[in-house]
Design a protein around this ligand. Structure first.
Ligand SMILES: Cc1ncc(COP(=O)(O)O)c(C=O)c1O
Length: 379
């Protein structure tokens, strides 16, 4: 089996699964209970904040544990918009964000906010100049993803952070779900105010995630209730999920520290091999995130290629997982103005640290055979 759909989700690490079971079994007390079980659970929760804060070089008070990327993104966009609406009514994002950002912004438009959706260039990158031009006196939020989930393009987060750093009431949120652990970004050094990550994209568990919110920033909560997590995210903490997330963060950061070259090499092998198939066009520009490559095979239906690969136990995706079953056209590929025949035949290959160059060679051989077979049928 060759799994090249790691941007949709990753295989949970065995250690992380074991951690989840162990914590669920031993520390099932409610962190708010006053008895021993509760106190022990609460101690473990405090430790998790400490550990996560050390791993991420942020303060423990700057961490909110969430249920994943969608929640973190919604919490950032809606939380800032509602908390700072007395300071301004204008929000900025890009046209190529994940639906959990785009639809959160659309809901803010329904509530009366004005949103600017910035265009990107043909390589899928937003320019700092475009951000600068869109800024207004009343802009309270700029939300830009780090790595695009369909194309693997990297946005100029550090430069945008520098542009915004002196604007006291323009907050900068980064959706780092696809970049975290694969493309370096130190949130504080880049003057990022809020950042989202998701556990299941880093070999952790679905339903786990984290939102970084710089100290001093207010957030209007998505959930009201018992006041957990400093009143910012009520609800009994998913302690086993939180401990497993911290473990996943530790493991992926270790991988990126010691093995980032491995992903870069895999990307090179993949590009070299694919370049030998004349029917394949590589849509992702060079020097982007090493783990995501978008390609097109004009004339062939991507779902037919996907299932032909699946018959050989090779798993890729046609577009972002959340839209691949809906048959709608990719907004990202439209935003970068990819020609129609490339848009209609796009496939995404997404790698993890566990993949090997041997797997890439087998994949490309299989793809070559599939293309030849399909071309014969079409003759
Ligand atoms: C860039 C990006 N942001 C957010 C999300 C949503 O994350 P989750 O699946 O944890 O809700 C995804 C998931 O594909 C993503 O790729």
């Amino acid at each position: 089996m060759i799994y090249f759909d790691n941007s949709a989700t990753t295989k949970p690490h065995d250690d992380i699964l074991e951690t989840f079971i162990e914590v669920s079994r031993k520390y099932y007390g409610n962190t708010s209970s006053a008895h021993q079980f509760g106190l022990e659970a609460d101690r473990l929760l405090r430790e998790s904040y400490q550990q996560a804060s050390q791993l991420l070089s942020v303060n423990p008070t700057e961490i909110i544990f969430t249920s994943g990327g969608t929640e973190g993104n919604n919490m950032a966009v809606k939380g800032i918009a509602h908390a700072y609406q007395n300071r301004g009514n204008h929000l900025i994002t890009t046209e190529i964000e994940h639906p959990s950002i785009l639809n959160a912004f659309r809901s803010m438009e329904e509530m009366g906010f004005e949103v600017t959706y910035l265009p990107v260039d043909q390589s899928g990158i937003v320019s700092v100049e475009t951000v600068k031009k869109a800024l207004r006196e009343d802009t309270i939020l700029v939300s830009i993803m780090h790595v695009n989930n369909e194309m693997g393009t990297i946005q100029p987060i550090e430069q945008i952070g520098r542009l915004l750093k002196d604007r006291r009431y323009t907050f900068f949120h980064v959706d780092d779900v696809q970049g975290f652990g694969k493309v370096d970004l130190k949130w504080k050094d880049a003057y990022v105010d809020l950042a989202t990550i998701s556990g299941h994209k880093i070999h952790g568990l679905k339903g786990t995630g984290l939102l970084y919110v710089r100290d001093g920033i207010r957030l209007y909560p998505l959930f009201h209730g018992g006041g957990q997590q400093n009143n910012r995210r009520s609800g009994t903490e998913n302690l086993a999920g939180i401990v497993s997330l911290v473990r996943a963060i530790r493991l992926i950061l270790e991988q990126s520290l010691h093995h980032q070259d491995h992903l870069i090499q895999l990307n090179q092998v993949l590009r070299e091999q694919l370049n030998q198939i004349s029917e394949v066009i590589i849509n992702t520009p060079e020097n982007q995130a090493p783990h995501i490559l978008n390609i097109s095979i004009p004339g062939l239906k991507p779902e037919v290629v996907l299932h032909a690969l699946e018959e050989r136990q090779i798993y890729v995706s046609t577009q972002a997982a959340c839209s691949s079953k809906k048959n709608d056209e990719s907004t990202v590929l439209r935003a970068i103005q990819l020609p129609k025949e490339q848009r209609n035949s796009a496939l995404r290959i997404s790698l993890s640290y566990q993949n090997t160059s041997g797997e890439i060679i087998l994949f490309v051989q299989a793809l070559k055979r599939i293309i030849n077979e399909l071309k014969q049928v079409m003759r």
